[in-house]
Design a protein around this ligand. Structure first.
Ligand SMILES: Cc1ncc(COP(=O)(O)O)c(C=O)c1O
Length: 390
């Protein structure tokens, strides 16, 4: 038998999330109605304009004249052009810098393959677990430097004293629900320019930004085009969590230490490892930019954000100390009485309320749980009423 890739054996066993699932299943077996405020998945139907576009694209497959075979591994130009004209207008992005992907999870977990195993990697903590796991898989277990997102720093990432090669940032952040200030983001861009680092900027929750002073794209910061890759997804705004479609911007002028273009390295990588996204899904993604879809998507995101506001205000009224919810669908709630995040999770589960214990997102998530406003308004309301009795 072949030996296992030892890097994969270095991954932490998924004990915590398995344990949570087991506990929730046990609760369900008691025939209790579960109020799931833990989910990071969508709960509202997709816009009908998106479904219509997908159906039309599937119908094209019936006809020899419109039939599509293998598509470009980096995506069709019709979708890239829409992204450019709508999301990156005036930001000096070239169409060849856009790569269509089958969800950000793919791009986040594979992008680090482009870089040496010795790269020093700064990763925010708490964070989406894929940043850490993919770097462990890439043999960088001992190369990871935590960038704490803690209350003392208003959950903003503070520049470390050491030099990092790769930096993972995410704003608005999952799980803290808070976006970075422009000043903080600028300090990272300046740091990356000075230290010749590369920033991987996760903008999965960009559509939820409501505050005027929060930047939606890192490229709004001067110099970012020389040091940052930005990723965005159709998952959370347009409901593509099952359809799978996202994109990333890899500026052509960013080079590795050996002076190799990162854009051409990524192109080479996806040409070998990835078959592109299906035509109907890319047509569905293109449709998200139609006037009809824009207003349908706005309604959906507004509904989630109304839930987030309601959840945040009610948790505050109940004297919970909480953060986020203004520019993201997540509320980061401090565990009362110094309870551990797992203990508080258990306490809430006794009331049939499911959350995610902060420790699941990294050690700096201890002492918090994440509430999600992707749940229906009725579920949120019922959960609040139950919390009133805790
Ligand atoms: C911060 C963050 N980035 C990326 C993703 C992955 O998004 P996608 O559905 O495009 O793979 C998620 C999913 O929950 C996320 O929370």
């Amino acid at each position: 038998m072949p030996k296992a890739n030892s890097n994969l054996l270095n991954l932490k066993k998924d004990y915590l999330f398995n344990e949570i699932e087991k506990k929730v299943l046990l609760k369900k077996k008691e025939n209790k109605k579960i109020l799931n405020l833990g989910i990071g998945d969508i709960s509202l139907p997709l816009a009908s304009s998106i479904i219509d576009a997908m159906k039309l694209a599937i119908d094209e497959m019936r006809d020899k004249k419109t039939l599509k075979g293998y598509g470009p591994s980096d995506g069709y130009t019709f979708l890239k052009q829409k992204i450019l004209d709508n999301d990156y207008k005036n930001l000096d992005i070239d169409i060849d810098e856009i790569f269509i992907s089958n969800g950000m999870k793919y791009s986040i977990s594979n992008i680090s393959d482009l870089f040496s195993q010795n790269s020093k990697v700064g990763i925010i903590n708490p964070a989406y677990p894929v940043y850490v796991d993919s770097n462990i898989m890439g043999g960088r277990k001992n190369q990871i430097v935590e960038i704490p997102l803690i209350e003392k720093n208003n959950f903003q990432p503070i520049i470390p004293n050491e030099t990092l090669d790769l930096i993972y940032l995410c704003s608005p952040n999952n799980p803290t629900g808070l976006a970075y200030t422009k000043k903080i983001l600028k300090s990272w861009v300046d740091y990356a320019i000075k230290n010749r680092s590369l920033i991987i900027f996760d903008g999965a929750y960009e559509a939820f930004i409501r505050s005027e002073n929060i930047v939606k794209s890192i490229y709004e910061i001067d110099g970012a085009k020389d040091v940052a890759i930005e990723m965005r997804s159709f998952s959370k705004n347009a409901g593509f969590t099952s359809l799978r479609c996202s994109y990333l911007i890899v500026p052509k002028n960013i080079k590795t230490h050996e002076n190799v273009s990162i854009n051409s390295l990524w192109k080479r990588y996806v040409d070998t490892k990835f078959g592109g996204i299906s035509y109907p899904i890319q047509k569905a993604a293109e449709a998200t930019y139609s006037q009809r879809a824009i207003s349908e998507i706005k309604n959906t995101v507004d509904t989630y954000m109304k839930g987030a506001k309601f959840l945040y205000e009610n948790l505050k009224n109940l004297n919970f100390e909480c953060f986020g919810g203004q520019n993201s669908p997540y509320i980061w709630c401090k565990c009362p009485d110094n309870l551990s995040s797992m203990k508080f999770f258990d306490l809430l589960l006794e009331k049939n309320i499911v959350t995610v214990p902060g420790i699941g997102f990294g050690r700096h998530g201890e002492g918090f749980v994440r509430f999600s406003a992707f749940a229906s308004f009725e579920t949120i309301n019922e959960a609040i009423n139950k919390l009133k009795n805790i």
